[in-house]
Design a protein around this ligand. Structure first.
Ligand SMILES: NC(=O)c1ccc[n+]([C@@H]2O[C@H](COP(=O)([O-])OP(=O)(O)OC[C@H]3O[C@@H](n4cnc5c(N)ncnc54)[C@H](OP(=O)(O)O)[C@@H]3O)[C@@H](O)[C@H]2O)c1
Length: 337
């Protein structure tokens, strides 16, 4: 399998694995994580070529895990091995004034926790567009980037209208991290054409709906609230309900299962490949419940899958019967505002 298919050149100085390891799952609400086993497991991801980690300042110990992992990795394999690790984190401040010292304080904290000199990508989230301090925050982030503590500035959950404002103000942004899955194709409507025009890449999350897009849920009765034992499953069950409900979702799983069997892969592989093939998508972030569950070898098969026109049409025969989430929820990230 060629390396080119596994990786994406997000910037001239930054190559990422097209499947990123998502660390929200270590931040609480996804089962009891054992820190020591979690960090040991990070070596297995690294050695399997899953070298890109998606974190946030609000994901509990995630940034500290990457710090400890990097320290141990350097000790075991030498400092040069660190160049093979990519760490993307997020800056998710509480609303309010964004002075240089406030922004820098957050960035310095992430740097300390990740035990690095330069953060590969800071993805900025903002809760309330009526508060235009987000432009101040971007101004400071850009300065801090130019001074060397950050390599690239990206966004998360920004809608098209607000990204447009930031681009018109001259900010240089590398990416926007958004929810993008077979059932939630809102990014295709306005975000993708805008990103293509402005050379901004999309990083996708929610692509497996917390695990719902897998054999585990195919043919199963609708789960009760009490059976949804991770925050991720709770979040995406709401999406399934808004999209078309459990019966239509089962029809989708039946179609995906048939496609998966045809290609000799898993439902998760088909769901991931479908989004990786979308324009402007640089990578799909798949949540990892370190020390609890793992799907590395299955997810590695994504790189070899090629969906054909017939597969696409079968998937669209179901999605065309669903609610249009762009109409009911709005553009990317509107569910947070
Ligand atoms: N920017 C934002 O606002 C935002 C929001 C949400 C998430 N994120 C990012 O995206 C990441 C992904 O989180 P998510 O909540 O969207 O979860 P997700 O990636 O849709 O689902 C992750 C879950 O899918 C299951 N899974 C993974 N590979 C599988 C396979 N091959 N076969 C079967 N099941 C498989 C696992 O479940 P089990 O562990 O139960 O086996 C895993 O915990 C987060 O960690 C975070 O980095 C960002």
């Amino acid at each position: 399998m060629s390396q080119a298919k596994r990786t994406f050149q997000l910037a001239p100085d930054l190559q990422i694995c097209r499947i990123l390891n998502g660390m929200w799952q270590v931040g609480g609400g996804h089962g009891q994580i054992n820190a020591e086993s979690a960090i040991s497991e990070m070596f297995l991801y690294h050695d399997s070529g899953f070298t890109t980690w998606d974190m946030a300042d609000i994901y509990g110990p995630a940034e500290e895990y990457i710090g400890q992992f990097r320290r141990k990795l350097a000790k075991q394999k030498g400092e040069t091995e660190l160049a093979l690790v990519q760490g993307l984190t997020k800056f998710v401040p509480n609303p309010g004034p964004m002075t240089r010292s406030i922004v820098e304080c957050y960035i310095d904290k992430s740097i300390r926790r990740m035990e690095i000199k330069t953060i590969d990508v800071i993805q900025f989230h903002w809760w309330d567009y009526d508060d235009t301090s987000y432009l101040d925050a971007l101004h400071h982030l850009s300065k801090i980037r130019d001074e060397g503590k950050i390599r690239h500035v990206g966004l998360t959950n920004f809608d098209t209208e607000t990204i447009k404002i930031t681009i018109e103000q001259g900010f240089k942004l590398i990416s926007n991290q958004v929810q993008y899955s077979i059932i939630d194709q809102r990014p295709a409507i306005k975000m993708t054409p805008f990103c293509q025009k402005n050379d901004i890449k999309l990083l996708s999350y929610g692509t497996l709906l917390g695990g719902f897009l897998s054999e585990k849920y195919f043919g199963r009765e609708e789960p009760t609230g009490a059976q949804l034992d991770t925050l991720s499953l709770q979040k995406y069950k709401n999406m399934i309900d808004a999209w078309g409900g459990w019966n239509l979702f089962q029809e989708l799983l039946a179609v995906l299962d048939a496609i998966a069997k045809k290609h000799n892969v898993s439902i998760a592989n088909v769901a991931t490949r479908y989004i990786l093939d979308k324009p402007a998508v640089a990578g799909v972030i798949i949540g990892v419940r370190l020390s609890i569950a793992e799907h590395k070898s299955d997810n590695a098969r994504v790189f070899a899958v090629k969906l054909d026109k017939q597969d696409q049409e079968k998937i669209e025969s179901i999605t065309s019967r669903s609610e249009n989430l762009f109409d009911t929820i709005g553009d990317c990230g509107d569910e947070y505002r």
